[in-house]
Ligand binder design. Sequence first.
Ligand code: ZN
Length: 103
Amino acid sequence: MSCEHCQALCVKYVIRSPEQLRKAIRIAINALSEGMLSEIKSTRDWNQYSFHECAEKMVWGDIVDYHFVCNYCRTQFVLGAETYHGSGGYWSPENEKPSEIID
Ligand SMILES: [Zn+2]
């Protein structure tokens, strides 16, 4: 469940191009800097770059797997992509991963 703060982020956003990935990164870093979201560090970290490094330099590795949580309602979000396969990725609330992009 989302709250008034993260409602705008509670969308499934399918990423099919580097430009769309950059846009999703910008949205996430804005929410982080506003104090709305916090990054969750996963124990299984596939990322080659920290999210801040990723957002600052707009660089990413073959696997993009960043997790965030709303500081108000604890809704979790994931920014994921497999850039190596070029299969794209998604921004989504954690519990609502869009099935169409999982192959
Ligand atoms: Zn929220």
